[in-house]
Write a protein that binds this ligand. Structure first.
Ligand code: TYD
Length: 146
């Protein structure tokens, strides 16, 4: 999938995910291009995050992601180089869709929480921007790169 040029945090949105409810428990099922706006190429999940620990702290050049609090809760700080927004995820039937070119930090994990991530690309370290100053420079001076 191609980079979303000149991306801003307003393009990142909370999606309400399908929920199949029953007295014996609920199911949320996600299908590429139906319940989320990209083809799923990779799934990963973060767990056993120690209290007070932050994750993320990077941007992606091409990756689209849907982040779900499969269990527990955590906050995601979104930053497009100009504006910032703090989003709380605390229900497994809501997901945060993040477009490419957005700096994100994950923080305030509750004990035992699970952060499920559906991603549009396979793992590629070259897709990361891990230096915040470099991110700011690119967004402010040459945003067409990401
Ligand atoms: P990273 O994406 O930086 O983690 P986070 O954003 O949660 O802080 O990844 C941490 C390490 O794990 C890094 O060395 C790359 C590796 N990794 C993979 O090998 N495959 C993957 O799919 C992911 C997400 C990470």
């Amino acid at each position: 999938m191609h980079t979303n040029r000149l991306s801003v945090i307003d393009q990142c949105e909370i999606l309400q995910l399908p929920k199949i409810h029953s007295r014996s428990g609920n199911i949320t099922s996600l299908e590429s291009m139906i319940s989320l706006p990209f083809q799923i190429e990779r799934i990963y999940y973060l767990y056993d995050v120690p209290g007070g620990e932050n994750r993320g702290g990077h941007a992606h050049k091409n990756l689209h992601q849907l982040i779900v609090a499969a269990s527990g809760s955590f906050d995601i700080l979104l930053d497009d180089g100009t504006a910032k927004k703090l989003v709380t995820l605390n229900q497994p039937y809501f997901g945060l869709y993040i477009v490419p070119g957005i700096w994100r930090e994950l923080l305030n994990f509750s004990s035992g929480s699970i952060c499920l991530v559906l991603a549009s690309e396979k793992y590629d370290e070259n897709d990361y921007i891990r230096d915040y100053d470099q991110f700011k420079l690119i967004k402010n001076e040459d945003p067409s790169i990401i």
